[in-house]
Ligand binder design. Structure first.
Ligand code: HEM
Length: 284
């Protein structure tokens, strides 16, 4: 009898510890839906329609925590963005989205349902492009690197503190996927004897900026034809330059030969906003 109670208390404690552990490291299998809103040419979007659409978006987003003020441990979340720039391989793309919405859930169908409702509300005014990706286990990180990542990861910021966000899908070319696990892992670590004296590697370059930039990696290989990964970043205005240097560092194939295998997707740079009304310019 007492044994059973002890077992029960032990399992309650176990699940309590699981729930309590910092979600940013624990969350594997969290789906992210990235919904790009491209204005339809010639489609007017009058003030009345804007505020009615904003209200409807408010209600379909109700079950998700608003990530403008992130709640620790909340895995069902929504964040709205207005676009600042949209580019491919550093060149601006003329057909650019006006806004983007990121919806996250442990259940892909929750994200899909949101997208269906979004299309019903905004489909007349916007062409909505979607990408889906999921957080997974680490593939190339050894214990020492993991400790360094955990010790230095920045606190997740509010939209007022870290208003800048980047959504950057990218893929690796078939030659990368043909390499062995061991060979692929080597590219993340500094090894000038193997790669030449300029080489730093992905991790060494990343660690220069880790405290300034919040980052999240989603995988989408075989899940979404749009690419193998979606990389996601948030940072303060003070760190805009730091983000650009980080990106240029990773793109430099002398310093980071891994990038020879990268095919970049369109880079969306935007501002986090707190409500659908702010995103649609609908006033309050
Ligand atoms: C803030 C600094 C950064 C740090 C500390 C960092 C660190 C890392 C680490 C440790 C991994 C390996 C994850 C694993 O074990 O699976 C990784 C993977 C990755 N990172 Fe970064 N990174 C940073 C910035 C960036 C940036 C700016 C980009 C994109 C421009 C990026 C794109 C990627 C991609 C696509 C992967 C997955 C690669 C693969 O699985 O083949 N990272 N990063």
């Amino acid at each position: 009898m007492f044994g059973r109670i002890r077992m029960k208390s032990a399992s309650i404690l176990f699940f309590a510890i699981l729930l309590w552990s910092p979600a940013s490291w624990a969350n594997q299998g969290q789906w992210g839906g990235f919904f790009y809103l491209f204005p339809k040419s010639g489609a007017e979007f009058p003030a009345g329609a804007r505020s009615s659409a904003a209200k409807q978006l408010g209600s379909i987003g109700e079950n998700f925590g608003n990530d403008f003020n992130p709640e620790k441990g909340r895995v069902e979340s929504i964040q709205y963005y207005t676009a600042v720039s949209y580019s491919l391989d550093r060149k601006p793309i003329t057909m650019s989205p006006a806004a983007l919405i990121r919806v996250e859930s442990m259940r892909r169908d929750n994200v899909e349902n949101y997208l269906n409702q979004l299309r019903e509300i905004l489909g007349v005014f916007f062409t909505i492009e979607s990408r889906f990706a999921v957080t997974r286990q680490l593939n190339y990180t050894d214990a020492e690197t993991l400790k360094q990542l955990k010790d230095n990861a920045p606190k997740r910021g509010k939209g007022t503190e870290q208003p800048n966000a980047v959504v950057f899908p990218l893929s690796k070319i078939p030659e990368w996927w043909a390499l062995t696990q061991e060979k692929r892992q080597q590219y993340f670590f500094k090894d000038p004897e193997r790669f030449g004296k300029e080489q730093m590697g992905h991790n060494e370059i990343g660690f220069l900026y880790i405290r300034q930039i919040f980052r999240k990696l989603y995988h989408s290989r075989f899940d979404d034809p749009g690419g193998d990964f979606i990389t996601y970043f948030e940072f303060s205005d003070d760190n805009l330059e730091a983000f650009n240097s980080l990106l240029e560092g990773l793109r430099n194939v002398e310093k980071n030969p891994e990038w020879k295998f990268v095919a970049e997707g369109p880079l969306f740079s935007g501002k986090r906003v707190s409500t659908p009304a702010d995103m649609l310019g609908a006033g309050h």
